[in-house]
Design a protein around this ligand. Structure first.
Ligand code: SF4
Ligand code: SF4
Length: 532
């Protein structure tokens, strides 16, 4: 079994190395003027098409940066001149990311674009096979069912050692390229084309399709690990199945299938304010143009955020979303499970958490008001124009840009996932997610959810605190026989699962007495009582 495991690790590392090296497999050149004309939009062609063709004619570049950077350089030079001259009618509003990726796609040659299926197998296929060969033998090697966390603090991968740091560097690099320089990963995106073609024949994958595919693959493979690790625990088995179901069906398949029928491909479970683009003008316009289904999605967006979310948090706590439905939570609970012990339990971290997460909630609220105002004035105005993009002198576009950059990309992606091996698996959910903050307020002040503790049984081993991904010092509550009612608890249930004494129980019950400390705090087996 150990041989199979080690072989699996080698196969996985080969696949990972190949995936990482893909950007160096291509060569890039402009084939013809027609290719450029078909790739650039008419206004882009008019702005800088001729200069781009003249600059790149007859040249072959060994990486996508080489061909994209002169294009972006001349694009910005020309556009900046128009802006300086206030020639707004001719200014082009393409983003570097979109433009750069289109140019890289148009000009790519080499083995990957000519053998997409083969490279799909060599990267994704071998990666999945290798991972499963590493994971499945644990069914036998780990012995009887039960959580085996032995050695997590002695492993370099799970205790911020060199493997953990290398993993973090890879993840951070991946997110930076994905969000800001997608043309650098054009060969990796190309590998996803055959899968994209299963939905719409001949259509090319985008960086977001590749990301969605990777996300699903990572969650399914690490979900199998969860099934093996927690196979004695019904709550964990059902919860893992739930996050996989919502990610595969709602966040991936439906988003791809709906456009086949001419409908907007939206993730129906993505609630405001986590979905911060919901009220953006382009999104509302797209929904309004999509007939009855679009109208349903528009109404559903408000109903979900304002009625469904708080109502379900009232009855079941925020676990119904964070640990059963959400994609970020789903990745944290599968791919991130090996890192849950790295969450910071210090008091300063708790204080920072409250300031940060509620600060992001306020930022998201302001963004919603500004963007909503802009969209409303644009769509209700007589000319159907661009609407009033400023309110109280602040531009909705500026707020959009800053929120998208700081929160949507850096916090949620680069820090939230990139730093799994350093800060633990829930740093985004704990410190940054505005939806978690919103649900946390409901959970803290108006919910039937609590974790009850049978303090007399607690042996103070600290397993619960160690494996709480939200950094809650569960043991401190258990020692005092206090119920745990915390805004940040995502109800993952792992504290209860790792407790050797059955002290902790996740419950929904009457609001009255949910804090459970109206009476005396019991220390030991009824040995001491402290009146509160
Ligand atoms: S207190 Fe328990 S259920 Fe809540 S987040 Fe921490 S480990 Fe999960
Ligand atoms: S895991 Fe159980 S026994 Fe150990 S400290 Fe926590 S509540 Fe007490």
């Amino acid at each position: 079994m150990k041989i199979i495991k080690n072989l699996g690790l080698i196969i996985f590392l080969i696949a990972l190395a190949l995936f990482t090296a893909l950007p160096f497999f291509g060569s890039y050149s402009v084939e013809s003027r027609e290719a450029v004309e078909q790739t650039l939009k008419p206004e882009e062609m008019a702005l800088f098409g001729e200069e781009f063709i003249a600059e790149t004619q007859g040249k072959t570049y060994s990486d996508s940066w080489g061909i994209v950077s002169p294009a972006l350089k001349v694009y910005h030079e020309k556009n900046d001149a128009l802006i300086a001259a206030q020639d707004w009618g001719n200014v082009v509003y393409s983003t570097d990311k979109d433009l750069g990726l289109r140019i890289a796609r148009m000009s790519q040659n080499g083995p990957v674009s000519q053998n997409k299926g083969l490279f799909l197998f060599l990267t994704f296929g071998l990666g999945i096979i290798g991972s499963l060969m590493w994971i499945i033998p644990n069914l036998i090697l780990d012995g009887p069912p039960g959580i085996k966390n032995d050695g997590v603090y002695h492993s370099s991968a799970t205790n911020r050692g060199w493997i953990g740091i290398a993993t973090a560097v890879w993840l951070i690099g991946f997110y930076i390229v994905l969000y800001f320089y997608p043309w650098l990963m054009v060969e990796s995106i190309t590998v996803a084309d055959p899968v994209k073609g299963l939905f719409i024949a001949g259509q090319q994958a985008s960086q977001w399709f590749l990301y969605g595919m990777l996300y699903v693959v990572a969650m399914v493979v690490m979900g199998i690990r969860m099934y093996i690790k927690y196979r004695h625990n019904k709550y964990q088995m059902v919860r893992t199945t739930s996050v996989l179901f919502f990610q595969i069906i709602f966040a991936f398949l439906l988003v791809e299938i709906l456009p086949i029928f001419g409908l907007p491909g939206k993730d129906l479970k993505n609630a405001m304010p986590l979905d911060y683009t919901f009220l953006y003008k382009y999104n509302v316009e797209q929904l309004l143009d999509a007939g009855m289904f679009g109208l349903f999605l528009l109404i559903w967006g408000f109903v979900l955020a304002l009625i469904v979310v708080p109502t379900l948090v009232y009855f079941y706590g925020k676990r119904w979303y964070c640990s059963w439905v959400c994609g970020c939570g789903g990745l944290a609970e599968t791919l991130g499970d090996p890192y849950r012990q790295l969450s910071n339990k210090k008091m300063w971290a708790w204080k920072l958490e409250r300031w940060l997460v509620h600060g992001v909630l306020v930022f998201a609220g302001l963004l919603t008001i500004w963007v909503g105002w802009h969209t409303f004035t644009a769509l209700s105005g007589p000319d159907g124009g661009d609407g009033q993009s400023t309110l109280l002198g602040i531009s909705a576009y500026n707020l959009r840009d800053w929120y998208g950059f700081l929160i949507g990309s850096i916090f949620a992606g680069v820090i939230g996932t990139g730093f799994y091996p350093y800060f633990g698996n829930r740093s985004w959910c704990r410190f940054g997610c505005p939806l978690a903050a919103y649900m946390g307020i409901v959970q803290r002040f108006k919910s039937r959810f609590r974790i009850t503790t049978n303090g007399g049984q607690c042996i103070s081993c600290g397993n619960c605190s160690t494996y709480c991904e939200q950094g809650i010092d569960v043991r401190a509550y258990a020692q005092k026989g206090q119920n745990i009612v915390r805004a940040s608890c995502v109800g993952c249930g792992v504290c209860s699962a790792v407790c050797p004494r059955g002290v902790l129980k996740l419950e929904n019950g009457p609001e009255e007495g949910r804090f459970g400390n109206e009476g005396p705090i019991v220390l030991g087996n009824d040995g001491f009582k402290i009146e509160v």
